[in-house]
Design a protein around this ligand. Structure first.
Ligand SMILES: C[S@@+](CC[C@H](N)C(=O)[O-])C[C@H]1O[C@@H](n2cnc3c(N)ncnc32)[C@H](O)[C@@H]1O
Length: 228
């Protein structure tokens, strides 16, 4: 089901522009171990915030009775519904900053999305209200020390990854990945992204989820909190 309105449609445009190629890259590269190793004890309902093309939601649907997966991007959700639908997954177009969900969840996950939210602290406190007692929050997001890399650095990094990608994914896939990473829409997205430093990340999440703990995974920080 897609809950649509004009405001959401306008915001979704940036992500729509690279949805298909993002899905290609994420299908090749995504690793959901961090999430699947940290599932909640009760496997009733799970929520994925910023689900993209549904890779993680689809995996969670193997463990949970019901999965609700929300994202801003109409195109990401169209891919998710087309490639990764299941009777126990509901994809909904919704802004993570204004979640209008009338149920609570045993597990709430999010990957590589929260750095996009303008008032993250407020959004996290609203999300916390959606967690059932004994439920678990498992989030993963990009972090970065110092200034955000300039576009030229993102271009150099894309070129540098090409040779290793050839041996990992084959030349054809590596070429497609390279084209995606050099595409104007992806570079524009990276240029618009603002990441917290590790210290800022820990400070914010500790404030919103006292007693949470952190797992550093390369350029990402994972955070886990149980509502005991
Ligand atoms: C980098 S992608 C990550 C997608 C997916 N979680 C993954 O790991 O493959 C970021 C996703 O967040 C979504 N997004 C960005 N801002 C959002 C918001 N305010 N509310 C809901 N989704 C949002 C984008 O549409 C995009 O699908």
């Amino acid at each position: 089901m897609l809950k649509n309105n004009c405001k959401i449609r306008n915001k979704s445009v940036m992500f729509d522009a690279f949805a298909r190629e993002y899905d290609f890259a994420a299908s090749l590269q995504s690793q959901n171990d961090f999430f699947t190793k940290n599932l909640s004890a009760c496997k009733g309902a799970a929520l994925d915030i910023g689900c993209g093309s549904g890779i993680l939601a689809f995996e969670l649907a193997q463990y949970y009775d019901n999965v609700v997966a929300v994202d801003l991007s109409e195109k990401m959700l169209a891919i998710a519904s087309q490639k990764r639908s299941a009777p126990n997954i509901e994809y909904i177009q919704m802004d993570a900053s204004q979640l209008a969900l009338d149920s609570q969840f045993d597990l709430i996950v999010s990957a590589a999305t929260f750095h996009q939210l303008p008032n993250l602290a407020a959004a996290l406190l609203e999300i916390k209200k959606l967690l059932k007692p004994q439920g678990k929050i498992v989030f993963l997001d990009n972090i970065s020390e110092g200034e955000k890399p300039a576009t030229i650095c993102n271009i150099i990094r894309a070129a540098r990854d090409f040779i290793p990608d050839c041996s990992t994914y084959g030349t054809r896939n590596a070429l497609r990945l390279l084209r995606f990473r050099l595409s104007p829409s992806w570079l524009k997205y990276l240029a618009s992204s603002r990441y917290l430093s590790e210290r800022q990340f820990k400070k914010l999440y500790c404030r919103c989820f006292p007693g949470c703990y952190f797992v550093k995974l390369g350029g990402f920080m994972g955070v886990i909190w149980e509502y005991l």
